[in-house]
Design a protein around this ligand. Structure first.
Ligand SMILES: Nc1ncnc2c1ncn2[C@@H]1O[C@H](COP(=O)(O)OP(=O)(O)OP(=O)(O)O)[C@@H](O)[C@H]1O
Ligand SMILES: [Mg+2]
Length: 299
């Protein structure tokens, strides 16, 4: 629960979510929310933020989430009533065959697309109720995104790619440079700051993408097949890096994957099939020797 004060009428508002206007006098509260959400290095972990405003046990909840794509006259149901509760600080893997709805689920949780029906809550804030400004704020401050194809901007250096999201969070140039270098150091690329993506290996590009995801110290990292384009060893390194970030900064990691190595580091595995949750395994319950399945090397 955060307390914010209206600069005009001094009303104190207790909130667990985003407030854009004062309920009493209608004053624009976005500046106040900006300052509340800005990174205070003294009080918050450097890599991610465990919690900025709330202490809810579940950082993400979905309720009866449906997504039906319309392809001409044909309706393609990609998600069919998904209910998931994700705990703060959890490392959660989402597994399922190609086309089962993993990326669609990510787009809903990450606020990149809207569900056809149902709700997705981030720290109990219903994303469907947010206006464009609030949604942009939430995406910028709360969530870091990692994609299979890295999605770096080709004409920008590693450092510029990592600092780009910081511009939207209103950091100064000096803060951006310092934090960008710090994050690239964390991912082991302190000596590659000025390389452009084509001058980096696939694994290095994904490391830049991990550093970029951490730009604004997110509470949640959404990783869609982060090892999908990497060889076995490099994929393992990225998984270990994510696990380290998860442990050290208590950032919640939600990762879609086909990669069995991911099971080894996950707290829970959600299996989805045909747009529905098939079952959820707890790490503790899994008696699985990685590497004996799917013909993969032992790790
Ligand atoms: N923009 C879209 N328009 C129409 N149908 C779509 C769209 N995006 C996804 N789909 C369909 O929704 C279903 C789920 O797709 P999704 O991309 O979520 O699967 P996935 O589990 O991420 O698969 P993969 O493991 O191959 O990445 C598929 O049948 C797909 O064809
Ligand atoms: Mg996908």
């Amino acid at each position: 629960m955060a307390k914010i004060e209206c600069p005009k009428c001094n009303k104190v508002i207790e909130t667990t979510g985003l407030v854009t206007v004062c309920p009493d006098c209608g004053q624009d509260m976005r500046g106040v929310m900006e300052r509340l959400g800005s990174i205070d290095e003294d009080n918050r972990p450097k890599l991610g933020r465990n919690d900025s405003m709330t202490t809810h046990e579940y950082i993400v909840r979905t309720r009866n989430l449906w997504k039906v794509y319309q392809m001409g006259d044909v309706e393609v149901p990609a998600l069919r009533g998904v209910d998931i509760d994700i705990r703060r600080g959890e490392y959660l893997s989402i597994m399922g065959p190609s086309g089962s709805g993993k990326s669609t689920l990510f787009n809903m949780v990450g606020g990149l697309d809207k569900p056809s029906e149902g709700s997705c809550f981030i720290e109990e804030v219903d994303m469907g109720q947010l206006d464009a400004f609030e949604l942009a704020w939430l995406r910028c401050r709360k969530i870091g995104y990692i994609f299979q194809s890295f999605n770096l901007i080709p004409v920008m250096t590693a450092l510029e790619n990592v600092t780009l999201p910081m511009i939207f969070a209103g950091m100064t140039s000096d803060e951006m440079l310092e934090r960008g270098q710090f994050l690239l150091d964390v991912v082991g690329l302190g000596d590659r700051l000025h390389h452009k993506p084509f001058e980096l290996s696939g694994g290095q590009q994904q490391r830049v993408a991990v550093a970029r995801a951490l730009a604004n110290a997110p509470a949640i990292i959404l990783a869609d097949e982060p090892t999908g384009n990497l060889d076995l060893q490099t994929g393992k390194e990225i998984i270990e890096l994510l696990r380290r970030l998860n442990r050290e900064s208590e950032t919640t990691i939600i990762s879609a994957t086909h990669d069995l190595k991911m099971i080894d580091v996950s707290d829970r595995i959600v299996h989805i099939r045909d747009g529905q949750v098939e079952r959820i395994d707890n790490r503790a319950d899994i008696d699985l020797k990685i590497g004996t399945m799917d013909g993969q090397e032992e790790v």
